[in-house]
Design a binder for this molecule. Structure first.
Ligand code: ZN
Length: 175
């Protein structure tokens, strides 16, 4: 699913359950990094779109890059957001600017590894355990329509969860 919003779906209930211990923005950033190789292959008209980036080893390395580069980037963006909010006096939209390292680590781990599983279900050219094995045990464990439905359903459910959580006085969607 290169560059489709479907990858974001399961992140929303995780955010609803985890609050500040999970960053939606950092998760999204990880999804983009994960598919840079696929974009390169699309632009070069290569027959197979998924290579090293779509293995668990590759995803772990990309997750590490996402952690080191994405955490400061997202925190900078959140800081800019709060400046804008302060200017417009819409304080109810203020967010927590800092992402704890543990939260960032779990976000990029979930983001990169779940990306592999979702793509491996859909694409025959994903080899999650390469170079040790070319097998893809995830391929079509559910069909593509069910996979898309799962992503859409989790997105809607998670958004509703985050919406309800944001109305509670002790919780708000930080990022
Ligand atoms: Zn992908």
């Amino acid at each position: 699913m290169p560059f489709t919003p479907y990858h974001m779906g399961p992140a929303f209930p995780v955010k609803g359950a985890s609050g500040a211990r999970f960053s939606l923005l950092l998760y999204g950033y990880t999804q983009v990094l994960m598919d840079i190789e696929a974009l390169y292959r699309i632009l070069n008209h290569e027959p197979e779109l998924h290579g090293f980036s779509h293995t668990f080893i590759g995803a772990t390395l990309i997750g590490a890059v996402a952690l080191v580069t994405g955490k400061p980037l997202v925190e900078f963006w959140l800081k800019c957001w709060n400046r804008l909010i302060n200017i417009t006096h819409a304080e109810q939209f203020l967010v927590v600017e800092k992402i704890h390292w543990k939260a960032a680590l779990s976000t990029v781990a979930i983001g990169s590894w779940l990306h592999i599983v979702l793509d491996a279900i859909m694409h025959h050219d994903v080899h999650p355990f390469a170079p040790f094995s070319e097998a893809n045990p995830f391929l079509r464990i559910i069909d593509v329509r069910e996979l898309h439905l799962f992503c859409i359903t989790t997105a809607l459910f998670g958004l509703a969860w985050i919406g309800v959580a944001s109305l509670l006085p002790v919780r708000r969607p930080e990022n």
